[in-house]
Design a protein around this ligand. Sequence first.
Ligand SMILES: *Cc1c(COP(=O)(O)O)cnc(C)c1O
Length: 363
Amino acid sequence: MSKKVYNFGAGPAMLPIPVMEQIQREYLDYNNMGVSVVEISHRSKEFDKLLGETDELFRELVALPKNYKILYMHGGAQMQFSAVPMNILGLKPAKKAIYIESGNFAKVAHQEASRYGEIEILASSKETNFDRIPDFDPSDINPEASYFYITSNNTVMGTRWNKIPQTGEVPLVADATSEILSRKLDFSQFGLIFAGTQKNLGPSGLAMTIIREDLLGKAMSETPKLLNYQQCEKDHSLTNTPNTFAIYVIRLVLEWLKGKGGVEAIEKINIQKSNILYDLIDKTSFYLGHSQPEHRSTMNVTFNLANGDLLETFLKEALAEGFYALKGHRAVGGARASIYNAMPIEGVQALADFMKHFEQKNG
Ligand SMILES: *Cc1c(COP(=O)(O)O)cnc(C)c1O
């Protein structure tokens, strides 16, 4: 590599460099076995150990209460859009669920869930192109609902639930794909949290689902075996062959995070990182932030250029300077800097310097 590149892609996203180096070092010979981690049985004692260690590390990092189970499931985050209703919509006879529409993934999730029962959209911020987390009155939560669904960080829009809603007896479900392990969260507030693995955990294709054990066992009878949470729990996620490589990388990422001081330490860095960009955006009218300040994400910083004609040049020059994948999602346009846990503060600082320089030249 001739020049340093910082990867601001939204997902699959950058992994910590030391993790990728370790993968490279031990790829041909895992644990002195003389074979690669990708060619050992998922039923071997070595893989069993790896899986157990991954669970333990995750539990430790988020201080997971004992009554929560960790599942590794196929199909990334969006397979959970189906798995969630299939498994827990039947918690109550009415088969109703409440969804908050805070962005495009929230929309896809409620559309998918509506195949299985009655879905109520209690609040939406569609009117303002999802620049905020929509407000709702907690007294409007139907206690007959089986669950209450949020997208805790909206990757495309750059918004985050900075205050986790109180939903009383109705279990709170969160898609935390783009923010898991980025801030301290009290998992006991949730009935279920899931995250596709390709943003803060490892490679794509899997989801980690963390579920309170009393929500297990209510799946609809037509739920595919491989999407059934209780089955998955019973088999320790080995009902069939999982993506063993992804689980191996997740373990390395969790070890790396622990070495960094854990979630609390990375949260401080994430706040610093995002503040570098938000401060810059707030101080100028050259760049326009998309998300409302009180709903800003620390993981996905979305902005446009006041003069939209400059966007192409901005992205082209950024790429030439080593700032990769800054193009915003088509739903918002503009630019997006995804600055997940693995992005070092130097990368964000370098981007901010580039942005200031670009403004001086073109402002
Ligand atoms: C990336 C993302 C998804 C989609 O993940 P897939 O693994 O591609 O299904 C869903 N929800 C959120 C919040 C995301 O950031």
